[in-house]
Design a protein around this ligand. Structure first.
Ligand SMILES: Cc1ncc(COP(=O)(O)O)c(C=O)c1O
Length: 361
């Protein structure tokens, strides 16, 4: 714990301006944010300050060359009203994997955790309590060196802010399996949570959204055949009672925290689960044989979201009603129970923010 975090509090809170019964995703921001700057090989000026704008240089290297990464976590309150966060150590670990791939500075886990705990202690009243709502935590880092020329930057800014949010999807998702655009290739950056992965997906996503679909279900970059992931979620398919999800070995998809949790929960429940390649032909054949029981996506923002329908090469395929999807409904219930602190945390996933440690600062 070598880092000291200073605190400057807001003069008056904006919390009264927010309707906590009607929370669109990512539109409201809590009172404070954490910020730190990296130069001379270490993090400096670690501070919690009022949430707000800051100025940047026109030659800020992240804007030109794309060294920018982020994470997403959710804080809720347990039965005793203490802030809890689901598996944050997986997020800091993935953050540093992304940083490494993008030639950016590592963020020490103790600084990350201290910043998060302190921020959540100060803004704990912003954690909503309505079902399916939470305080979304957005850590991110970008290159701040001011130069024109292509080389890895040596100055970075790390910022963590929070947003009270409701459900990401409030109905089954309609996905479009794209046979033209590709998100990631082996050897690329598909496994990293870097801003460019999302920027590159915007145009194809906007095209399919105009056609009435919610998200693209991406195929692999070599064969254009194997399922990869959805824009904001990992993908699971259930064929004839067997849960199948693509493996991480190609480095083309995000190692989702929710994905890993669903895998462990499924195994704990005794369901058959396979991490393997799954082709679009396999799911379409299963559909025609009446064996495609379920498809769903998993992610921090979207939790477990059922797919209602998918599109491939001009055809729409409608999936069974949500009520009958016993396996995924059970897994969702188990996951949300643990995440919200209501069910026993048998895996030790829940981090309780030590508010007593930070409330005096
Ligand atoms: C591309 C992509 N895949 C998968 C996920 C799910 O990851 P996690 O469960 O860690 O939120 C996300 C969301 O973070 C994502 O953006």
């Amino acid at each position: 714990m070598g880092y000291k975090i200073s605190v400057e509090r807001v003069k008056s809170s904006r919390i009264g301006e927010v309707d906590f019964n009607n929370l669109p995703f990512g539109r409201h921001f809590s009172d404070h944010m954490f910020m730190a700057d990296y130069f001379d090989g270490d993090w400096h000026n670690c501070r919690i300050i009022p949430f707000g704008e800051y100025s940047i240089h026109p030659a800020l290297s992240a804007l030109h060359y794309g060294q920018a990464i982020f994470e997403g976590m959710k804080a809720e309150k347990d039965e005793d009203g203490n802030p809890i966060v689901f598996r944050p150590s997986k997020n800091i670990n993935r953050f540093n994997i992304s940083a490494d791939r993008m030639a950016m500075a590592q963020m020490p886990e103790d600084l990350f955790m201290q910043a998060m705990d302190k921020l959540l202690t100060i803004d704990k009243d912003w954690i909503p309590s309505a079902p399916e709502s939470s305080l979304y935590v957005r850590p991110h880092m970008f290159a701040t060196e001011e130069f024109v020329g292509i080389r890895a930057a040596e100055h970075f800014r790390f910022v963590m802010f929070t947003c009270p949010v409701g459900a990401y999807y409030n109905r089954p998702v309609k996905v479009f399996i794209h046979d033209k655009y590709i998100r990631a290739f082996p050897g690329g950056v598909g496994f990293a949570k870097c801003a460019g992965n999302y920027g590159a997906a915007m145009m194809p996503a906007r095209e399919i959204q105009k056609m009435g679909y919610d998200q693209i279900l991406w195929l692999d970059g070599i064969h254009h055949k194997y399922l990869q992931e959805i824009g904001t979620m990992n993908i699971f398919v259930i064929i004839d009672g067997v849960i199948i999800t693509p493996g991480l070995d190609q480095g083309t998809i995000l190692d989702g925290v929710t994905r890993d949790s669903i895998i462990q929960l499924a195994e704990n429940e005794g369901y058959l689960l396979q991490e393997r390649d799954i082709s679009v032909d396999e799911i379409i054949n299963a559909y025609h044989e009446g064996k495609l029981d379920d498809m769903f996506g998993t992610g921090t923002a979207a939790v477990l979201s059922h797919i209602g329908e998918f599109h491939y090469k001009g055809e729409n395929y409608e999936l069974p009603p949500i009520e009958g999807r016993e396996i995924s409904n059970k897994l969702k219930e188990r996951l949300t129970g643990i995440k919200s602190g209501k069910a026993e945390d048998i895996f030790g996933w829940v981090h309780t923010v030590p508010v007593g440690v930070y409330s005096g600062s």
